[in-house]
Design a protein around this ligand. Structure first.
Ligand code: RTP
Ligand code: MG
Length: 140
């Protein structure tokens, strides 16, 4: 299996509860390596741009406000089959449906405040990484 990259966000509900390290440990224990990381406060422009695919959804406004509400940690993760590996350790979007041992089962508060984002395809991973990082910020 090839080593690939994915994009992750530790969301405001997690940074607010000082869970950056705890979430990162679960990612690392799942076989992912953090090859880029920065803590930022998302601007409205960034939040709306990043989630543009959801702009017609009823939760869009709430999602944008949430993502701006506290700092986030954006990360590039590397590992074998990184997109799937990350989605597996994240768990279902709704924590009530997330499997035992997943990040969202352990930490998510609700379907909206669900602790982590992870790219859902290799194609989106590339787009999302480029949205927040330049290649020289990624050190594999
Ligand atoms: P993500 O994009 O954050 O990794 O999560 P996902 O693929 O599991 O979920 P997606 O359907 O892409 O939705 C993006 C984010 O929007 C928020 N959401 N709120 N209130 C709601 O019904 C609702 N549904 C989705 C969540 O923060 C979700 O992660
Ligand atoms: Mg998604």
């Amino acid at each position: 299996m090839a080593v690939t990259r994915t994009f992750s966000i530790i969301k405001p509900d997690a940074t607010k509860r000082n869970l950056t390290g705890a979430v990162t440990k679960m990612l690392e224990d799942a076989g992912l390596r953090v090859v880029a990381s920065k803590r930022i406060r998302m601007s409205r422009e960034q939040a709306e741009g990043f989630y543009a695919v959801h702009k017609e959804r009823p939760f869009f406004g709430e999602l944008v406000e949430f993502m701006m509400s506290d700092p986030v940690v954006v990360q590039v993760l590397e590992g074998e089959d990184a997109v799937k590996r990350n989605r597996d350790v994240m768990g279902a979007t709704n924590p009530a449906e997330a499997a035992d041992g997943t990040i969202r089962k352990e930490y998510a508060l609700s379907i909206g405040e669900n602790t982590v984002h992870g790219s859902d395809s290799e194609e989106n991973a590339k787009i999302e990484i480029e949205f927040f990082f330049s290649e020289d910020e990624i050190v594999g």
